[in-house]
Design a protein around this ligand. Structure first.
Ligand code: PEP
Ligand code: MG
Length: 748
C-alpha cells in the first residue's frame, strides 16, 4: 500500500474527527464531511445517503449534486446503485455507472454527467445505516486503494452516526435509537409487560473511531489479541478431555484468534487512520455482512465464531465488560441475542419480560421463562442492535410483538390491555379457595405444573390442589455438571416442604429432544422429538435414572411420594422403570433409610401407542397423566416446535377428542386415575371439553387456574357432553365454533 495514500487517509480521518468535535447542527456536519471527502478523494461528487426507515434511503448531504435534491431524493433498498450497495452491504465500483445493472437516473440530482461511481455501505456491526458515494466525470475505475480508503471513511461516518453527530431536523436526521420500532417475533411465553430495556450484553461504545498514532494503536491491538489468545487457551485447557464438541468450537476460535489474515487486515485499517477498536469493528461488520449471504451452515458457524471473538476483543480494548456498572432500570425487560437457562435464572423474577433475537419455543430459556411466568418474545430480529439500556419497551408475549420506544398512543392502548388482564386476575383471585365445581355438581381437580423451587409459592397463590407435573429436568438443565444425589434429594425435600402436604407428581428426567443437557454428549439425531429421549435414555443409561430415583426416595423423607415416567411408548418400558423404582426402594430399606409413606407410580401417556397397551398396563399404573403436548404432536404428526404447523391442529378436533375419549374409557374400565397435564389443560375452552369427556384432573400453569376455574364453575357439563357427542356424530372436523356458540348462550 503506498505510504502517500495511507497518510492522506489518516489526514482525512483526523479532519473528520475535528469536524465532529466542532459545534454545529447535524446537517452542517454532514455537509462539511461530504466536502472534505470529495476534496480528499479528488472526486467531483460525494454524497451521504442515510436510512429514513428500514426500507428507504434518503440523500442527506452532497457535494457536487444539486443542493435542491438533498432530503428529496429517496430510493428503496435494492433500488438503483445506491440501493444495491445498501442491500448487498458490499461496495460497487464502476467506470460507467449508467451502463451498470440497476442504474436509476434521477434528474433532480443532475447526476447524468457523472460516469464513475463508487459506493460503500455505512454500517455498524451488521446494522445498515446508509451509503457513502463518490462520483467523478472522468470514466475511471477507482483503485483498490481508493475503495479501501472510502470503506475506512464509511466506518468513521458510521461511528459518528451512532454517536449522534448528525442529529438534526427531518426524520432521516433524527438520532438513531430514538424512533419507535415494532418487532414481530414469536411467542415464547404468553403475557404482557411494560418496562425498560436491560441489555444482557450491552453494546460496546467506541467513542473515538480515529487513531492519532498508528504505531500505538497497532501495539494496543497486538496486546489485546495476545490477551484474547491466552483466554481462549485457558478455556481450551479447561475443557480438555471433557466435552469434545465444545473443544472443537474452541479450537476453531483459537484458529481465528491466531489468524494472521485477520490481524493483518485490522493493522491495515489502523494504518489508514482508524483506532484499534474501530478496526476490530470494521472487520466484524464485514464478517456480519458476509454472514447474511452465506448459506453453508458450517461457514455461518465459523463467521459466528469470528463475531464472538471480535466482541471479546472489543471488550478487552475498551475495558467495557458485560458489567458496565450501569444500573438496572425499573421494570427491567431483558433484551439479548440468546441467553442460557442458568443466566436467566440468575435474573430470576426481577425481570418483567424477555425479548430474544434467537431462541425457540422449546429452548431452555423458554422453559425457564415459562417456569417463571415471564412473558417472552423470541425471534425479534436485530433488536439488540436497535435497543439501548433504559429504552421504553412493551412486550406482548401473546402476539409475539415488541414495541421499542413506542408512541404514547400505542403505549396507552397497551396499558389498557394490561389493566384488563390485571382486573381479570384479581377477579380470579377471589375464586382461589372455591372448588372448581360445575353447575351440574361435578368437581374437577385443578393442579399446577412446576419445575423450579421458585414455582412453589404459586401453589398457595393459585389455589391449585397440588403439583400435577413437576418437570425435574430443569434442575439438570440449569447446571454445568450433573447434580449430586444429595443435592437433588435436598431439592425434592424442599419442594415437598413447600407443598405443605399437597401432592406433587415428580416426573423423572425428560431429557433429549429439545432439552439437551450442556454436559451430556449430544447425539446428532435427525428427528430428536422422536429420538433418544426421556425414559429411553433412562433405561439405556440407568445410572442417572437410579440416582434420581434414590434422590426422590430420600427427598420424600417418610412422606408420600408420587413419581411418573415420561414418554412411555410400550408396557415393558413402564414395567422395567417401575421395577427399578421398587428395587431402589428395597435398597433404601436395606440401608435402613426412611421409606416414603406411600409410593404412587404413574406413566405419562405421550405416544398414541400407549393408548392401545394391554389392560395389564392400565392396571399396573397407579395413575396416567396425558402429556398432551407430545401426544398431540405425534397424533397429528405436527412438530410442536415448528411455527408453520404447531397451531394447525386443535385439541377440539373430533378425531383427537375421540382418541382421548377412548383413553378415558380404558382408564375407567381398569380403574386407572387419569389426568391431563399438557398446555391445553390451561386453555379454558379446551379444559372444559376435557372435563366434559371425563378427565377429572387437569394440571396447568398457575396463571391459568383462575380463568379455567371461572369457566368450569359457570357451566353445566352434561349439556356440553351432549353437544360434543352430537358434533362428533355429525361428522364435523372441529367442534370449537359449536362450543363457542353454546357458551355465548350461557350466562358467564
Ligand atoms: C407434554 O408433553 O404435554 C408434557 C407435559 O411434557 P413436556 O411439555 O415437558 O414435554
Ligand atoms: Mg412431553
Amino acid at each position: 500500500m503506498p505510504e502517500r495514500t495511507e497518510s492522506e487517509s489518516r489526514k482525512l480521518l483526523r479532519r473528520l474527527r475535528d469536524t465532529m468535535a466542532e459545534a454545529g447542527a447535524g446537517q452542517e456536519r454532514l455537509d462539511r464531511i461530504t466536502h472534505l471527502i470529495a476534496e480528499s478523494m479528488q472526486a467531483e461528487v460525494c454524497s451521504i445517503y442515510l436510512f429514513r426507515d428500514d426500507d428507504t434511503l434518503e440523500l442527506c448531504a452532497t457535494e457536487g449534486l444539486k443542493a435542491e435534491s438533498v432530503h428529496k431524493t429517496r430510493m428503496k433498498l435494492g433500488e438503483g446503485l445506491v440501493g444495491r450497495v445498501a442491500k448487498s452491504s458490499t461496495a460497487i465500483n464502476t467506470a460507467n455507472a449508467p451502463a451498470e445493472r440497476g442504474f436509476r437516473y434521477m434528474p433532480e440530482t443532475g447526476e447524468e454527467i457523472f460516469s464513475s461511481f463508487l459506493g460503500v455501505p455505512i454500517q455498524r456491526l451488521g446494522e445498515k445505516l446508509g451509503v457513502l458515494v463518490v462520483q467523478s466525470k472522468e470514466a475511471r475505475l477507482f483503485s483498490d486503494d481508493e475503495v479501501y480508503a472510502l470503506e475506512v471513511v464509511a466506518m468513521v461516518v458510521a461511528e459518528m452516526t451512532e454517536l449522534g453527530a448528525f442529529v438534526g431536523e427531518g426524520a432521516a436526521l433524527s438520532a438513531l435509537h430514538q424512533q419507535p420500532v415494532l418487532f414481530r417475533g414469536g411467542t415464547g411465553q404468553e403475557g404482557t409487560a411494560e418496562g425498560h430495556v436491560w441489555l444482557h450484553e450491552p453494546r460496546v461504545v467506541v467513542t473515538n473511531p480515529v487513531g492519532d498514532d498508528p504505531q500505538k494503536e497497532v501495539q494496543r491491538l497486538g496486546e489485546a489479541v495476545d490477551q484474547l489468545r491466552l483466554s481462549v487457551d485457558a478455556m481450551l485447557s479447561m475443557t480438555e478431555g471433557q466435552d469434545k464438541e465444545q473443544s472443537q468450537i474452541l479450537e476453531a476460535y483459537r484458529m481465528f484468534a491466531n489468524s494472521r489474515g485477520w490481524l493483518r487486515r485490522m493493522e491495515e485499517d489502523i494504518a489508514r487512520g482508524l483506532s484499534a477498536e474501530a478496526a476490530v469493528e470494521k472487520e466484524q461488520s464485514a464478517a456480519r455482512a458476509r454472514l447474511e449471504t452465506v448459506p453453508d451452515p458450517y461457514l455461518r458457524d465459523r463467521l459466528h465464531d469470528l463475531d464472538d471473538l471480535s466482541n471479546r476483543l472489543l471488550r478487552i480494548l475498551t475495558g467495557q465488560g458485560s458489567d458496565t456498572g450501569a444500573e438496572m432500570p425499573d421494570a427491567p425487560i431483558l433484551v439479548a441475542r440468546n441467553i442460557g437457562p442458568a443466566e436467566l435464572l440468575d435474573y430470576g423474577r426481577k425481570l418483567r419480560g424477555i425479548v430474544l433475537e434467537e431462541g425457540s419455543v422449546g429452548s431452555h430459556a423458554a422453559i425457564v421463562a415459562r417456569a417463571l411466568a415471564i412473558p417472552l418474545v423470541i425471534h425479534a430480529e436485530r433488536i439488540t442492535a436497535e435497543a439501548l439500556n433504559g429504552d421504553h419497551i412493551l412486550v406482548d408475549g401473546d402476539q409475539g410483538t415488541v414495541h421499542l420506544r413506542p408512541e404514547e398512543t400505542v403505549a396507552g392502548a397497551f396499558r389498557e390491555k394490561i389493566a384488563m388482564q390485571a382486573a381479570a386476575q384479581s377477579r380470579y383471585a377471589s375464586l382461589r379457595d372455591l372448588p372448581a365445581t360445575t353447575r351440574c355438581g361435578t368437581t374437577i381437580s385443578l393442579h399446577m405444573n412446576a419445575g423450579l423451587m421458585g414455582d412453589l409459592p404459586s401453589l398457595a397463590g393459585s389455589g391449585a390442589d397440588g403439583v400435577g407435573l413437576f418437570r425435574t429436568e430443569l434442575q439438570f438443565l440449569i447446571r454445568t455438571t450433573v447434580p449430586k444425589r444429595s443435592e437433588l434429594a435436598a431439592i425434592y425435600n424442599n419442594v415437598l416442604d413447600a407443598a405443605k402436604g399437597k401432592r406433587v407428581a415428580f416426573r423423572t428426567l425428560d431429557i433429549g429432544s429439545d432439552k439437551v443437557l450442556p454436559y451430556m454428549k449430544r447425539v446428532d439425531e435427525p428427528n430428536p422429538a422422536m429420538g433418544w429421549r426421556a425414559i429411553r435414555v433412562g433405561l439405556d443409561k440407568p445410572g442417572i435414572m437410579r440416582m434420581q430415583l434414590q434422590a426422590l426416595l430420600r427427598g420424600a423423607a417418610g412422606r408420600p411420594l408420587t413419581v411418573m415416567f415420561p414418554f412411555v411408548a410400550e408396557f415393558d418400558e413402564f414395567r422395567i422403570a417401575r421395577q427399578m423404582l421398587l428395587d431402589e426402594r428395597e435398597r433404601e430399606r436395606q440401608l435402613g433409610h426412611k421409606l416414603p409413606e406411600t409410593l404412587e407410580i404413574g406413566a405419562m401417556m405421550e405416544t398414541p401407542s400407549l393408548a392401545y397397551a394391554p389392560d395389564a398396563f392400565f392396571r399396573m399404573t397407579d395413575f396416567i397423566s396425558i402429556g398432551g403436548n407430545d401426544l398431540k404432536q405425534f397424533f397429528f404428526a405436527a412438530d410442536r416446535e415448528n411455527e408453520q404447523v404447531r397451531r394447525r391442529y386443535d385439541l377440539l378436533n373430533t378425531s383427537f377428542l375421540r382418541f382421548i375419549a377412548n383413553i378415558v374409557r380404558r382408564c375407567e374400565e381398569n380403574r386407572t386415575p387419569l389426568s391431563f397435564c399438557g398446555e391445553d389443560a390451561g386453555r379454558p375452552i379446551e379444559a372444559l371439553c376435557l372435563a366434559a369427556i371425563g378427565i377429572a384432573t387437569l394440571s396447568m400453569r398457575p396463571a391459568s387456574i383462575g380463568p379455567v376455574k371461572h369457566l368450569i364453575r359457570n357451566v353445566d357439563l352434561s349439556h356440553l357432553k351432549e353437544l360434543i357427542a352430537t358434533e362428533c356424530d355429525a361428522g364435523n372436523t372441529n367442534i370449537r365454533s359449536a362450543v363457542m356458540a353454546w357458551l355465548s348462550t350461557q350466562d358467564i
